[in-house]
Design a protein around this ligand. Structure first.
Ligand code: GTP
Ligand code: SPV
Ligand code: MN
Length: 634
């Protein structure tokens, strides 16, 4: 039985029953009691409480004391495990229900007034119908529980980019994660008291009934309702739900953009920093690229990489006509497997304090955490992500779930940018699109102009990953890595991108990358990770007109000699292979793009024109890189 509801326990194995006496001792210090002096806020909280019937309502101020009390509560109820506080201070461990381990795209809806406004790529139901259905599910679902009120800001409060939300939840795990991922408390409350509008976010884990799980967005009402999940993107409503789906809708109406992009700064030996945004689908390398450590050769020269964001960028046109970006989040919800001191030492360092680990394996020798490829030695005396005894030497199964995650404060990150809290953001020199493609996409190429860049993003495909429920490794179209995150009709989203291009008078350059090309044996050809800097530096050289490029049917490609391979064991032949495109494969690709686009009756004509150009270009043989006439001016 679930301790605080009396309902059947659908997950959280090993959770202790909380007796009435213990429950009594759960209290919050008087100074933590707060109110939000805003009639609309009070009315809404009252209505939601009326429907969900919690025993108590607790306002979250984000203070250290309150967070500590909630951690203690979670440990007492068995919801979380306190990890070794010497090795991992303030770190906790959490397991979700075994079937609640990733975003659930099938159960994620965009409920606009008309189906057309949500578009062909989103699940849609009439909002009134969905409200009615969900009200039934929410009825009394917080009985015996506490409703936590989390006022939060996406972006630094007071920044022109910032948006305010309030999440109501019955999950302590959600509260503690939101306190890492967003800016909770005073700043948001001040803006609310000044009358700021806010996104109404309601979450209940209810009884984790997977057949009644819904993550529903009502963009026209600035509201998000989520029920029957306790996993990351489904329940940390500031993240994908607000900062992408709702924000993309707001951005279209208000003239800005919400994108599934990392933001990084590259500092050159002269101390100049240039910023790049990159959109890759889930589990395709955003966190890793954002925290990249330059290869030794570059470190010695003085190159540095600074992390502004690893997942979401909000972009506006500055007064100078450039595109400026902020990261609306305050922490990282990163993929654990594969993170180690060679692949991403910065991410690993970020998780050493104040981090919540979800669905990784636990090392019982020292009460720390473990996941696949953390180190060379397999975990021997462990517990897998399902809580079963696990010995990595003997077990055929994985210790950590492939989508197991860490939630870590950005301030822990050794390479966090000094601009992380900037109110105005950072100016963007380049926008990069990319994904996992075994064969089709070359290592890198450049768009001819803004519209071609939009086409490049709109026609992107990538292999699916464990970040969402469903098959893994299936190639699907994922425009701008936003297929699961666009809060309105994707044809209108493309139109908005094109419109933004008309407003940006000093535009960034667009590039497409693929770190995941494989050889005949299926092994990755490009070493990736830190070495990706070599490709980024070529991009910046292009932005600064320092190198020429070669025309190809799909865009401008580097002269292979312009990507520095010093110190890498990559033969020039291999580089050529990485940059090559196969015209037959690309003809199929173009046909696939045409089919994908055909579902949008209202596709902007600019994209149809770009497709026509691509098809025309594919009949032309690839230019010889050494042929001067095919080089374009810098
Ligand atoms: P989300 O948090 O789901 O949005 O994922 P993400 O885009 O931040 O991806 P992340 O950086 O966590 O990487 C996902 C997986 O890809 C990890 O297992 C990484 O080890 C792997 N990966 C990241 N960068 C590279 C790379 O350059 N080359 C290769 N081969 N693998 C990479
Ligand atoms: C992703 O899937 O892109 C994530 C994880 O970053 S989640 O927050 O669950 O969406
Ligand atoms: Mn990530």
């Amino acid at each position: 039985m679930c301790p605080d509801t009396g309902k059947a326990e659908a997950g959280h194995r090993g959770r202790k029953r909380l007796n009435a006496e213990e429950n009594e001792r759960v209290h919050f210090k008087e100074e933590n009691k707060m109110t939000i002096n805003n009639q609309a806020v009070e009315t809404w909280i009252g209505e939601m409480a009326e429907m969900t019937r919690p025993d108590r309502i607790v306002y979250i101020d984000g203070s250290k004391e309150q967070i500590e009390e909630l951690r203690e509560l979670a440990v007492r109820t068995g919801e979380m495990i306190r990890l070794n506080q010497e090795l991992l201070p303030d770190c906790y461990y959490y397991r979700t229900s075994p079937k609640d381990v990733a975003r659930d795209e099938k159960r994620t809806l965009i409920c606009t007034k008309t189906r057309e406004e949500a578009g062909p790529t989103n699940n849609w139901t009439d909002p009134q119908e969905m409200y009615a259905k969900m009200k039934k599910l929410y009825q009394g679902c917080m009985k015996g529980r506490t409703m936590y009120v989390i006022p939060f800001s996406m972006g630094v409060p007071g920044s022109p980019f910032a948006k305010i939300g309030i999440e109501l939840t019955d999950s302590v795990y959600v509260v503690l994660n939101m306190c890492i991922m967003t800016r909770v408390g005073a700043g948001a409350v001040r803006l609310l008291e000044e009358g700021a509008d806010f996104t109404r976010c309601l979450h209940s884990k209810a009884d984790l009934n997977e057949n009644e799980k819904y993550i529903v967005h009502f963009p026209e009402d600035n509201a998000i309702w989520s029920i029957n999940s306790a996993y990351g993107g489904n329940v940390l409503l500031g993240k994908k739900c607000l900062a992408l789906r709702i924000a993309s809708f707001m951005g279209r109406n208000e003239g800005w953009m919400a994108e599934h992009m990392l933001i990084l700064g590259i500092e050159n030996p002269q101390g100049e920093v240039k910023y790049i945004c990159a959109a890759f689908p889930s589990a395709c390398g955003k966190t890793n690229l954002a925290m990249l450590i330059p290869p030794e050769l570059y470190r010695k020269q003085g190159y540095k990489v600074w992390t502004v964001g690893d997942d979401i960028a909000w972009l506006r046109v500055g007064e100078d006509g450039r595109l400026w970006a902020v990261n609306p989040e305050n922490g990282f919800f990163g993929v654990a497997p594969g993170t180690n001191d060679r692949s991403n030492p910065n991410a690993l360092a970020t998780t050493k304090r104040g981090t919540i680990f979800t669905n990784v394996a636990r090392n019982l020798d020292n009460n720390t955490v473990w996941w696949e490829r953390l180190d060379k030695e397999p975990l021997v005396n462990g517990e897998d992500w399902l809580g079963r005894p696990w010995n990595g030497r003997e077990s055929e199964e994985k210790g950590a779930h492939p989508n197991s995650r860490f939630t870590a404060p950005a301030e822990n990150c050794p390479c966090v940018s000094s601009e992380f809290n900037s109110l105005t953001g950072v100016p963007i020199s380049a926008i990069v699109f990319g994904g996992r493609r075994a064969k089709t996409e070359p290592l890198v190429y450049e768009a001819r102009n803004w519209n071609h860049g939009v086409f490049m993003g709109a026609s992107m495909s990538s292999e699916t990953t464990a970040a969402a429920n469903g098959a893994v490794g299936v190639v699907r179209h994922d425009p701008m890595a936003m297929l699961p995150f666009c809060g309105y009709n994707m044809a209108d989203y493309f139109r908005h991108w094109l419109e933004m291009g008309r407003q940006v008078t000093d535009p960034p350059k667009f590039f497409h990358v693929n770190w995941f090309r494989t050889d005949e044996e299926g092994a990755f050809i490009w070493p990736g990770f830190g070495e990706n800097l070599r490709v980024l530096l070529w991009m910046l050289d292009r932005c600064e007109h320092k190198v020429s490029a070669v025309k190809s049917p799909i865009g401008f490609q580097p002269d292979p000699r312009d990507i520095d391979l010093t110190g890498l064991d990559i033969a020039p032949e291999t580089m050529k292979k990485l940059l090559s495109i196969n015209l037959d494969i690309w003809k199929d690709e173009a046909a696939g793009i045409e089919t994908f686009f055909s579902q949008f009756p209202d596709l902007p004509k600019e994209l149809a024109e770009e497709l026509t150009t691509l098809k025309k270009n594919l009949l032309i043989p690839t230019a010889n890189p050494r042929n001067a006439s095919s080089s374009i001016a810098v």
